[in-house]
Design a protein around this ligand. Structure first.
Ligand code: ACO
Ligand code: BUA
Length: 442
């Protein structure tokens, strides 16, 4: 029924990107879905275009538009969340971070920011005229709602993912279709779990009970926990998460996940986007046990918290003695982004019997191999606060776990120093004394 319309809209990548003009804002790529042919075609137009702003985030594959323009006169990258490549572009002055509370991203797109063109990678069209957003449901539907033009690049290897809503775009909303053939998907290898990650995860595992609903963040520690859950005696777990990662496939394969005790989306694994190995991408394809949703559904604390026993596990870069958490920058240097961390910190605490865990190794080794405590008297100058202090519940290092909710500053300092690396405890006590958050004991 849609074959004629499909044929009419099919063009080459070079033809499709002619719709992009100088001064345009383009919603372009997310995580494992970068429209490679459109990217290369747009890069070829560099000399005729100025001040084109591209938006995306969590990028794990090369961006031709950025590689072709080392002075940034033609293209600027604006990132909702920095992957490693984007971090380097920021350092070169070619890219900028957009402060984000991830659950709000669709609303920013619908109400606040300019989107001239959406140019994204999708799965092949189905018989009803729908293109699945595949591994990046997230916010694409919201971006399409406000764009002047929509270009989809079809990747035959993009899993056709099932979803709740806003996980597809209908051909009637698409201006140009670019057939990409089999492009594969970039692989994000699971960060290997270190001994330290496992020590931290050991403190979290006993807090998880049968029937719990799990969110895992990015990084080695959440990955370690996923593996440990898979090897545990836990049962009847549910998954309601932002990012779907390989650790969840391990949990499913080990028979830990039924989703039957979830209050929302019973029996379904709910996520907003996915990045990982080919095994995981194959698991996502046409799998009715999964539902991709827009991120204002997966991450909104009011929605996510309707699942009881929601357990959120995220990493951080540093924490000060009053409990403020930085997970996105080292001083003023942007490392990643706030992403959905605060969303899930709030959601898990507001879920009946839910718990939120911020997990971090007690120290960080700089380039010279010198260790620094990640628990600090004051936050490093310029570090962004990702979670404000009243929002933070459990904090875990390899030395233990503490629950900060309701504690006065002196008890927070005491609790956090008790899980700091022993080499730094004395100096942290001195700092706490200077900050007047150390109570003299009789
Ligand atoms: C998708 C989801 O996660 S779901 C929702 C949750 N979202 C979030 O939690 C967003 C915020 N969190 C994050 O971005 C991550 O969890 C992080 C950055 C806190 C930790 O991620 P990890 O991959 O474990 O971080 P890792 O320890 O490898 O550090 C990342 C980089 O920061 C550097 N870094 C870490 N700590 C510091 C520090 N204190 N000072 C300077 N640099 C530092 C590391 O050297 C590394 O740099 P490199 O990649 O150039 O080698
Ligand atoms: C914004 C996506 C990544 C994250 O939440 O960390």
């Amino acid at each position: 029924m849609y074959e004629q319309e499909y044929r009419n809209k099919c063009v080459s990548a070079d033809e499709a990107v002619k719709i992009i003009r100088s001064g345009d804002w383009i919603e372009f790529a997310w995580a494992a879905s970068v429209p490679g042919l459109l990217d290369e075609a747009l890069a070829k137009r560099k000399d005729e275009l100025h001040d084109v702003n591209l938006r995306g985030g969590v990028i794990i594959s090369p961006l031709a538009c950025m590689d072709c323009d080392p002075t940034g006169e033609h293209f600027t990258w604006n990132s909702w969340h920095l992957g490693g490549r984007e971090r380097k572009l920021v350092q070169k002055g070619l890219a900028y971070y957009i402060p984000l509370k991830y659950s709000e991203l669709p609303r920013y797109l619908r109400e606040n920011v300019k989107t001239d063109v959406v140019a994204i990678q999708v799965a092949p069209m189905d018989e009803h005229g729908y293109f699945s957003f595949g591994v990046s449901v997230s916010h694409y539907a919201a971006a399409i709602d406000r764009a002047r033009a929509v270009i989809v690049e079809v990747n035959e290897d993009m899993p056709r993912t099932q979803g709740g809503y806003d996980h597809v775009v209908h051909i009637s909303k698409v201006d140009y279709i670019v057939e990409g053939g089999h492009r594969g998907l970039p692989i994000l290898p699971s960060a290997p779990a270190s001994d330290l990650d496992r020590q931290i995860a050991e403190f979290v595992l006993p807090e998880i009970t049968d029937g719990a609903c799990i969110q895992l963040g990015i990084g080695g520690m959440p990955n370690a926990l996923g593996q440990m859950i898979a090897a545990s005696d836990l049962k009847d777990l549910g998954i309601h998460t932002e990012m779907f990662v390989d650790g969840f496939v391990d949990m499913v394969e080990a028979g830990k996940v039924t989703g039957m005790r979830k209050q929302l989306d019973r029996g379904k694994i709910v996520y907003a986007f996915a990045a990982g190995t080919q095994k995981m991408y194959d698991f996502l394809h046409n799998n009715p046990s999964l539902a991709g949703y827009p991120v204002d559904y997966t991450n909104h604390p009011f929605i996510a918290s309707q699942n009881n026993q929601l357990i959120s596990i995220n990493s951080a870069l540093e924490i000060d003695l009053t409990g403020q958490v930085c997970s996105e920058s080292a001083g003023a240097n942007m490392i990643s982004g706030a992403g959905g961390q605060l969303d899930f910190v709030e959601a898990a605490y507001n879920s009946k019997d839910g718990k939120s865990f911020i997990c971090l190794p007690s120290t960080y080794n700089d380039k010279n191999g010198q260790a620094h405590s990640r628990i600090k008297g004051l936050m490093t100058h310029g570090s962004a606060i990702t979670d404000t202090r009243p929002t933070v519940q459990y904090v875990v290092t390899e030395y233990g776990k503490v629950n900060l909710k309701g504690l006065p500053t002196w008890q927070r300092a005491e609790a956090l120093i008790s899980i700091a690396h022993p080499d730094f405890r004395d100096e942290l006590i001195e700092e706490a004394q200077k900050l007047k958050i150390w109570r003299k004991r009789a």
